[in-house]
Ligand binder design. Sequence first.
Ligand SMILES: O=P(O)(O)OC[C@H]1O[C@H](OP(=O)(O)OP(=O)(O)O)[C@H](O)[C@@H]1O
Ligand SMILES: Nc1nc2[nH]cnc2c(=O)[nH]1
Length: 175
Amino acid sequence: MTGEIQVLISQEELSQRIKELGEKISADYAGKEVHLICVLKGGVMFMSDLSKYISVPVTMDFMAVSSYGNETSSSGIVKIVKDLDESIESEDVIIVEDIIDSGRTLSYLLQILKDRKPESIKICTLLDKPDRRIVDVEVDYVGFEIPDYYVLGFGLDFEQKYRNLPYIGKLVGIE
Ligand SMILES: O=P(O)(O)OC[C@H]1O[C@H](OP(=O)(O)OP(=O)(O)O)[C@H](O)[C@@H]1O
Ligand SMILES: Nc1nc2[nH]cnc2c(=O)[nH]1
């Protein structure tokens, strides 16, 4: 489907905020190394850009957890589609997400990853929709709080498309 897309967060606003987040993380982890875990697929562009602004040594791993399929609201069912390649024991981990909506995905992920004995674990999300929260999760770094719209672009999809857009937008007519 092709629809009209309204820009919510421009490419310039994204770049500026991601730079600020990278600098904050660099300061918070001064003298340490940080292990970034990208939650695929949506988190990939954000983590890629964020990592460029982190000045402490960075390692990366990737995990895919599916909770939405092609639906626009959470089914509540979370499953691991791809697990991490490496152990996170004793690592200072930051989970990098594109969006927190109901909080179900992250609360499930946190539970699983904490059991693997990291030194520390924090959450960094580009977008947060606090009005949608069903499960409470403590978020350490937030790019932007947004209203309850179904958004796309910069990693986020609508029916698997639009992930490549360099901005965050919404399809006119889709909430
Ligand atoms: O807070 P929640 O309600 O759990 O929603 C957030 C999750 O939903 C999206 O993933 P999705 O399952 O759509 O996978 P994708 O990243 O591959 O598009 C998003 O990337 C988060 O992981
Ligand atoms: N693409 C997309 N995925 C989501 N997962 C949870 N909320 C959203 C959203 O607004 N857009």
